[in-house]
Design a binder for this molecule. Structure first.
Ligand SMILES: C[S@@+](CC[C@H](N)C(=O)[O-])C[C@H]1O[C@@H](n2cnc3c(N)ncnc32)[C@H](O)[C@@H]1O
Length: 392
């Protein structure tokens, strides 16, 4: 492909990414992959270059652009070499006309700025969009971190999680035997800390209420193989990935598929029975924009309000399942106040006998009754984590 044909390809992909963000469709990464499946003429260098252009354009645009061309014009505005490729050559983009508007570069959508935690001030915004490293969690039930550090060239131990290895951005591990044999899982250090915040222990009963494909449940199982873990979710496709992942890790995890609206009835047998209930709630994902930068284009104020009320409902659903003396751990991969400290304050207001406890790891900063991790401060994805103890 010529350089300008690569720009045109990036524009076409961005058109699809923009529509997908608007309509809640697939993520940018899979759109890029799908685009090249039907264009076998593109070599690996072309694919890499186009992908790079697509993600640079996404990172530059805080708000959802009008079109792929508008997104790419923004990038071309900052980069004259790219601008020169809008020359009307065959397979390339049309020349730039004088009346085409150029959007300002922005890290985050304007409407979100006032909604962020006070810790996530303007100085932290660039880090929200920086390329993230690849973190692995060692399955400590089956392997020692020291041994895995020796096996993965260039790996460093994570600073806050005792289970993690950090590899450079763009590292690949899915073809490694250690991954296939369940000795390591891909998991951001911040996610590992959520499992740590649960204080897993053999002999306890833990419910991972919003288990998804089981990232946290697997971390809990690795830390305490003798703990009974129940993983539930309303999303069949996500939860159905867990049994295979658990088998690979040598973990035993019970799964329970929930029907939205009937969760309490389906959980009646667990009332007052769990030592740990983890509510890793659906959220804006604002703490993970460095991995999914087009997530900024998916979020709207209405969607945020809906998420906040789902989080509240899930917290109130989880609370009665905790046994006296047990804990409810609440987490979101968000740096938005209403999904973090605001939500935690609300919980304590509705459950006045419960007590907030500090989380058992260093790092992050106190944020209301919980702790906030941010990419700039902690070099993890952004997370809010709180622990609430039920009185005996
Ligand atoms: C942040 S994700 C969980 C990620 C997962 N814990 C992990 O570590 O990979 C939130 C999950 O909440 C689930 N969810 C949404 N509504 C739910 C409900 N009413 N009951 C249980 N899970 C729900 C979503 O399907 C989604 O998988």
């Amino acid at each position: 492909m010529t350089p300008s044909a690569r720009v045109q390809a990036a524009i076409e992909i961005l058109d699809t990414v923009i529509a997908s963000a608007r309509d809640d469709g697939p993520p940018a990464d899979s759109i890029v992959q799908r685009y090249f499946k039907t264009r076998r003429y593109a070599g690996s260098k072309d694919r890499r270059a186009v992908r790079e252009l697509v993600f640079r354009a996404i990172r530059r645009a805080g708000e959802r652009p009008q079109s792929g061309r508008a997104a790419m014009l923004g990038l071309a505005h900052d980069d004259p070499v790219l601008g020169a490729m809008f020359d009307g050559a065959p397979h390339g983009p049309e020349p730039i006309s004088e009346d085409e508007a150029i959007a300002q570069a922005a890290s985050i959508p304007a409407w979100v700025k006032d909604r962020l935690s006070a810790h996530a001030g303007e100085g932290e915004w660039p880090a929200l969009l920086e390329r993230a490293p690849l973190d692995l969690r060692v399955n400590v039930a089956r392997a020692a971190r020291e041994e895995m550090l020796r096996r993965f060239e260039g790996a460093e131990p994570t600073r806050l999680s005792p289970w993690g290895l950090r590899l450079p951005a763009d590292s690949r591990v899915d073809d490694r035997d250690e991954f296939k044999d369940g000795l390591v899982e891909v998991q951001d250090e911040g996610s590992q800390l959520i499992a740590l915040a649960c204080r897993p222990g053999d002999g306890l009963i833990a419910l991972d209420l919003c288990a998804g494909a089981g990232g946290k449940a697997l971390a809990l199982a690795a830390a305490a193989p003798g703990m009974k873990i129940i993983a539930s979710d309303t999303h069949r496709a996500r939860l159905s990935q867990l049994p295979d992942r658990a088998a690979r890790a040598g973990a035993v995890i019970e799964t329970r598929l929930l029907n939205g609206g009937q969760e309490a009835a389906q959980m009646a047998d667990l009332e007052g029975a769990c030592d740990i209930v983890l509510v890793d709630a659906p959220c804006s994902g604002s703490g993970t924009w460095r991995r999914n930068p087009e997530g900024r284009w998916r979020l709207t104020s209405d969607r945020l309000d809906r998420l906040v009320s789902v989080q509240q409902r899930l917290l109130d659903l989880g609370a009665p399942l905790v046994k006296p003396g047990g804990v409810l751990v609440y987490a979101t991969c968000s740096i938005i106040e209403a999904e973090g400290a605001g939500q935690a304050q609300g919980f304590l207001g509705r459950h006045s006998s419960w007590v907030a406890q500090d989380v058992p790891f260093d790092g992050g900063r106190s944020d209301g009754p919980g702790r906030l991790l941010t990419p700039a401060h902690d070099r993890t994805d952004g997370f809010f984590i709180a622990r609430f103890a039920r009185p005996c």
